[in-house]
Design a protein around this ligand. Sequence first.
Ligand SMILES: [Ca+2]
Ligand SMILES: [Ca+2]
Ligand SMILES: [Ca+2]
Length: 313
Amino acid sequence: MITLTSVSTYLLQAHAGLERWTSARNMDQSGGVNLRKIRQFFLVLSTIYCVQLQAFVEVDSFAVSENAGTIGADVTLKTTNPTPPASIAAVRVDYTTVDGTAEDENGSGDYEAAAGTFQFTQFNVAQTVNVKITNDLIVEVPESFSLEATIISAPVTQQQVGAKNGTQAVAAGNVAINDDDLEFTVNLSFSGGAPVEVDIKLTCNNGNVNAPPLGSLMATKTTTGGVAKFKVINFLPGLQCTATQSAATPPPGFAAAGTTCNPGLAAGVKVCTINYQAVAANNAVPIPTLGLFSKLLLVLLMLGMAIGLRRYV
Ligand SMILES: [Ca+2]
Ligand SMILES: [Ca+2]
Ligand SMILES: [Ca+2]
């Protein structure tokens, strides 16, 4: 914090006025003893006020979606003075973004760095820092960066007081970025039979599916033996996706045995499971096949019949 109050300003002005008044009359230390005490009294009083009433900055903390575009973070100059003056001499406040798990264009590019200086001439009136959030197609966990603001100057008399305290006013707000891309996993379950190739369709009621084609609301993937992965990009709140088999009938040898999807969607990996149950090829009465011995027996029988027929003829 930095000391900065109207009351302390008035006290300092009284102190400075008395100093000028005694100086103008060329009063030395002995002759001006009473006035010197009065000056010291005002100086002590102003210091007490300065300790009690301070100015500081506040910076917003909030969360945004990755697709929010350019966002505004408010920086506000405040004071502990219960009755702040309507206007003050300009107070300079530096601001800058600082990487956290989210990184600017010099890192992984989750947002574009911003830095600058505000001039505040009023308390409790916010000024806004604009920061561009990058909307990529990468599936990520929530990340954040901070916005730091520092009071670097105050009106002359107030700055002098602040310097005596040796303090600076620094504040930081946190901006969380929630990803809007997610990976959607479809597990294929084959009971009673070996996994086969199946075309899977992912349909979402909102947003885009990036697998393939980009920008479509529907995507199909062919998978063998288990897993199809879809990347859903730029989804909006309330998005629901469902995985189904593309073909009208289940794969040969299997019957559909239900689909389960986790309800709702937020950031993160989502899963559906499509179940198949093996079935018999058909329900016809089995035709017995002849073994090698039976075939040999049949050949001998036919041979015997042929010999007998020849004798008879
Ligand atoms: Ca990232
Ligand atoms: Ca995105
Ligand atoms: Ca992303």
